[in-house]
Design a protein around this ligand. Structure first.
Ligand code: DLL
Length: 446
């Protein structure tokens, strides 16, 4: 163990630092319980397994997992609201749902025991991110059906932090509490953190004096390393990424440690992960990028088998400098269904963000606008310039033109696609209070 890791608390060393053989054997034991549980209790799953010609008795080891059919969001839609549940609604302690931009949302439920396990997962995650009982943690995730607010709330409480459940929105009040309560940990989406950072600067608040943040726990949407650097320096904190989705329990599936910040540690005693090629559905080699597929091993109310997250990542089982032995997933670059196809080229908003954030003169506020001109799709990247550049460009317009040309060139090199870059004035693009909307697709739906 490094000197650093000895000062760093690990919430549950038994599992977070277990040797991999122990973890795998535990996963196998749990899987052999989960499969018959699902088959016996969820008629929808039984039918799915019968259709696939698999019986619970066929599953004898971890390797047999791949015999089981995948679960997708479509299964939730077909069984809305409670058809995937293994317990009657009266036995649930809480219901949440995913945002769902179109149609009915995805409904998820927890028994009392599920909630306890979920809290444990989040407690591990916030502890890895650096939070201790000495911290004052301001939760700027929305409370409500979204799993972010309540999920982080109880985990932070269990970790011993003082929780400020301010929820999302009302940025002035957020700043007031942050200063008056001497908040040390900020919990938010990275896009909202970037917005708060901008407001801290506008209000002239001094870092280290009025704003004494130490930790930023950011997740729920894709963001880049460049965005992390920007937020860290503008809020004076150490930022970590954390990931989860409602269907598999919410936040707590994985989170970075503040020591290495090299991938998000997965709680493997409670989840089996797979990474597959989304087209062939075959596993990819370790370390290669593919779609994350998750089988939770702890859920009484909503057990799932091989849930296809649609999120693209890569997983490594190499040990981490922090002392944890758990597998780590790379930051999620995007969802398979968020990928834009422009004139045959695949584009993820995060690729554009990467270029914007490594280029001086831009702000972290941008939007990808897709239109169709005749038969051709066109991508415009709108980005706000920094206040500094805007002020300077009043006297020297060429700086703007240079930046525009530079960005167009860099994005072209990255994507292999020519795009129009539109520089807009500071404070003109819509700010998000929760998950940022990075794409405005104006193409006709055919
Ligand atoms: O966003 C759960 C969560 C809350 C995670 C708070 C972390 C913190 P959903 O609303 O169901 O759940 O959305 C899940 O958000 O499939 C990803 O596409 C995306 N997502 C979540 N975390 C990350 C992340 C919560 N760290 C969907 N990086 C997922 C990139 C993320 N994308």
């Amino acid at each position: 163990m490094s000197a650093l890791s000895t000062q760093h608390k690990i919430w549950d060393p038994t599992w977070e630092c277990a040797d991999r053989a122990t973890t795998r054997s535990h996963q196998q034991d749990r899987l052999l319980e989960v499969v018959p549980y699902v088959y016996d209790r969820v008629p929808y799953y039984r039918a799915k397994m019968d259709d696939a010609g698999v019986r619970p008795s066929d599953i004898r080891s971890l390797d047999d997992l791949r015999l089981l059919p995948f679960t997708t969001k479509k299964d939730f839609h077909l069984t809305y609201p409670f058809g995937m549940f293994a317990v009657p609604p009266a036995e649930l302690t809480r219901i949440h749902s995913s945002s769902g931009t179109t149609g009915k949302p995805t409904v998820v439920g927890y028994t009392a025991k599920d909630l306890d396990t979920w809290v444990e997962l989040v407690t591990r995650m916030v502890t890895a991110a650096g939070v201790t009982e000495r911290d004052i943690a301001q939760i700027s995730f929305g409370y409500g059906m979204f799993t972010g607010g309540f999920g982080l709330h109880y985990g932070l409480e269990r970790a011993g932090a003082t929780v400020v459940p301010v929820s999302s929105g009302n940025t002035e009040r957020q700043l007031m509490f942050m200063v008056d309560f001497k908040t040390t940990a900020l919990i938010a989406t990275p896009s909202y953190a970037a917005y708060l950072a901008e407001q801290v600067a506008n209000a002239g608040l001094r870092l280290g004096e009025e704003v004494v943040l130490k930790w930023g726990l950011f997740g729920a949407e894709p963001w880049t390393e460049g965005m992390r650097q920007r937020i860290q320096s503008s809020l004076g904190l150490s930022a970590t990424d954390n990931y989860g989705l409602s269907e598999i329990g919410g936040p707590g599936f994985s989170g970075e440690c503040c020591i290495a910040k090299e991938g998000m540690h997965i709680s493997e005693d409670l989840y089996i992960w797979e990474v597959i090629d989304p087209i062939t559905e075959e596993p990819v080699a370790e370390g290669e990028t593919g779609e994350l597929v998750v089988t939770p091993l702890w859920k009484e109310a909503l057990p799932l088998i091989r849930y296809r997250t649609r999120d693209l990542t890569a997983v490594s089982t190499a040990p981490c400098a922090c002392g944890r032995t758990s597998a780590r997933m790379r930051r999620v670059t995007g969802r398979t269904d968020d990928m834009l196809i422009i004139r045959g080229v695949n584009v993820f908003p995060s690729q554009v963000e990467h270029v914007l954030m490594e280029t001086e003169g831009t702000s972290p506020h941008y939007l990808l606008v897709v239109t169709r001109e005749g038969a051709l799709d066109t991508l415009e990247v709108w980005v706000e310039v920094s206040e500094k550049l805007f002020a300077e460009s009043m006297s020297k317009m060429s700086r703007m033109t240079d930046l525009q040309a530079l960005l167009s060139k860099k994005i072209h090199t990255t994507l292999g696609l020519s795009v129009k870059v539109k520089l807009v004035e500071p404070q003109t693009l819509e700010r998000s209070q929760g998950k940022a909307k990075r794409v405005l697709d104006q193409r006709p739906k055919d």
